[in-house]
Design a protein around this ligand. Structure first.
Ligand code: HEM
Length: 405
C-alpha cells in the first residue's frame, strides 16, 4: 500500500474526498506516516467512530500536532475515566448559558472598540483584527490578564499554533515556539493562582482549571493546566477563520446581509451553521482501532489509524442537496442532526471527544456576524481565493476592508 502522507500534505482538503470518490464511496484504505489507515464517512460511521470500544485516542495524534495545536497531555489524548473527568471540566465551562451570555457581552465590547479604531484607519485586514479582538474577549472572559501590548503577541501566538500544525516548514517552527511561550506564561499564572500571589474570578477558566482535580484526585501539574487553558483560548481565537469566511460569504452573496444586519436571530444561527458546514476548517479526525474491527465490508486491524472524514461529510450530496451552494436556509427553523453536521466532530460532546466549544463558536458567530453585516466598508481589489491545498485555509488576502464606517 502506498503511503499518502505527501499526497495529503500537497492536496489538502481535497485529498480524502478525492480518494473516497475513487473508491466508489467505500472506506479508503491507505498508509499515513507509515501506519495502516482506513478512512470512514457518514452519520453511521460517526456513531461507529465515537464508540470508545472501537477507537482510542491515546497515542493517536502525531507529535507535530501535539507540539503545535493541542499540547502534550491534552484532553484530546485521553480515554476512559481520565477523559470523562477532564471533559466534565470543559463542558461545565463552555456549555453554561450564563457564561455564554457573558462571553457575548465581552465580544460586543471588543467589537465596538475595534470598530471605532477601524474608522480611523485607511484599511484593515479582518482576519488579523478578528484574531486580536477575540483574544481580548476570551482572555477577559477567562480571567487571563493581558498586560499592555500583550494582546497582539498573544493573538499572533494563538493564530500561529493553529496555522502551523499541518505544515512541515517555517509555519511549524513558529507554531512550536508560540506554544512553548504561551504554555510557560500560563503555567506561571496557574502557579501564582495556587500560591495566592495572583487572583482570578471564581468560575473563570483560569481559576477553574487551576483548581481542577483529575480522575486520581490530584491537581493537574501546571504544564497540563496551561495546556487546557490554551485549549479554551486558542480555538476561540481560531473562530477568526470562520469570521473571515463570514465576510467572504457576505461579499459573495450580499443578499444575506440585510436579514443579518436587521437582527434576525434565527437567521443568524442558520448563517452560523452554514458557515461551519460550507467553509473548510478541520479536514478529519483520527484515532486508533482499539480491537480488530469490521466496518462497511472492511477489516480494520487493531492498532491501525481510523480517520473520520469531516470536510467530505459536510459536502456529501447525499446528505446536503447542492452541497456547494451557500444556503443558510437549509438550517432555518431546524437544528442540524447531531451526526450529520460535523465541522467540530460528532457524537455526544459530554461523553465523547466531540468539540465542547460549539456553543462558544456559535456565540461568536451569532454575536459578530450581524455586526459585520451592519458595518459599512469597501472591499478593494484583492485575492479572495481560498486555496484548498492549504490546511488550515482562508481567503488569501485575509479580507481587506477600506473606508470602514
Ligand atoms: C474554530 C472553530 C472550531 C473548530 C473547527 C473545532 C473543531 C474541533 C474538532 C474537529 C475537534 C475534535 C473532535 C474529535 O476529536 O472527535 C475538537 C475538539 C475540541 N475542541 Fe474544538 N473546534 C472549534 C472551536 C472550539 C472552541 C471555541 C473551543 C473552546 C472554547 C474548542 C475546544 C475543543 C476541545 C477542548 C476539544 C477536545 C475535546 C475532547 O477531546 O474531548 N473548540 N474541536
Amino acid at each position: 500500500m502506498i503511503d499518502s502522507t505527501l499526497a495529503l500534505m500537497t492536496t489538502g482538503y481535497a485529498w480524502l474526498p478525492d480518494r473516497r470518490r475513487r473508491s466508489g464511496g467505500k472506506p479508503v484504505r491507505t498508509r499515513l506516516m507509515g501506519k495502516e489507515t482506513v478512512a470512514i464517512h457518514g452519520p453511521e460511521a460517526v456513531r461507529f467512530f465515537y464508540d470508545e470500544g472501537h477507537i482510542h485516542r491515546h497515542e493517536a495524534l502525531p507529535a507535530p500536532v501535539l507540539d503545535t495545536l493541542f499540547g502534550r497531555g491534552a484532553v484530546h489524548t485521553l480515554d476512559g475515566p481520565d477523559h470523562r473527568v477532564r471533559k466534565d471540566l470543559f463542558i461545565a465551562l463552555l456549555k453554561d448559558r450564563g457564561g455564554l451570555h457573558s462571553l457575548a457581552g465581552h465580544l460586543d465590547t471588543q467589537w465596538e472598540r475595534a470598530r471605532e479604531r477601524w474608522t480611523h484607519r485607511d484599511q484593515v485586514v479582518l482576519f488579523e483584527e478578528a484574531s486580536l479582538l477575540l483574544t481580548r474577549a476570551i482572555c477577559d472572559w477567562s480571567g487571563i490578564p493581558l498586560a499592555d501590548g500583550a494582546a497582539e503577541e498573544t493573538a499572533r501566538d494563538l493564530v500561529a499554533m493553529v496555522d502551523g500544525f499541518a505544515s512541515a516548514g517555517p509555519r511549524q517552527v513558529r507554531a512550536r515556539r508560540a506554544r512553548t511561550r504561551q504554555e510557560a506564561r500560563i503555567a506561571g499564572l496557574v502557579v501564582a493562582i495556587r500560591s495566592g500571589t495572583q487572583s482570578a474570578p471564581d468560575g473563570s477558566v483560569l481559576k477553574t482549571v487551576a483548581d481542577h482535580r483529575g480522575a486520581d484526585g490530584r491537581l493537574l501539574d501546571p504544564h497540563t493546566a496551561a495546556v487546557e487553558v490554551l485549549n479554551v483560548i486558542r480555538p476561540t481565537v481560531a473562530v477568526a477563520w470562520f469570521l473571515t469566511f463570514a465576510a467572504h460569504a457576505l461579499h459573495r452573496w450580499p443578499e444575506h446581509r440585510k436579514q443579518l444586519a436587521d437582527g434576525d436571530v434565527p437567521f443568524a444561527r442558520a448563517f452560523a451553521h452554514e458557515i461551519r458546514r460550507f467553509y473548510p476548517f478541520a479536514p478529519f479526525v483520527g484515532g486508533l482501532a482499539a480491537a480488530d474491527l469490521h466496518w462497511d465490508g472492511q477489516d480494520i486491524p487493531e492498532g491501525s489509524m481510523v480517520l473520520l472524514d469531516l470536510y467530505g461529510q459536510n459536502h456529501d450530496p447525499h446528505l446536503w442537496p447542492e452541497p456547494y451552494t451557500f444556503d443558510p436556509g437549509r438550517f432555518l427553523g431546524r437544528e442540524p442532526d447531531r451526526d450529520t453536521l460535523v465541522p467540530q466532530g460528532g457524537g455526544d460532546p459530554a461523553a465523547h471527544h466531540r468539540c465542547p466549544g460549539e456553543d462558544v463558536t456559535l456565540t461568536v458567530l451569532e454575536t459578530l456576524a450581524p455586526r459585520l453585516a451592519a458595518l459599512r466598508y469597501d472591499v478593494p481589489a484583492q485575492d479572495l481565493s481560498i486555496p484548498l491545498k492549504r490546511i488550515p485555509t482562508a481567503p488569501r488576502s485575509g479580507f481587506v476592508m477600506t473606508r470602514v464606517r
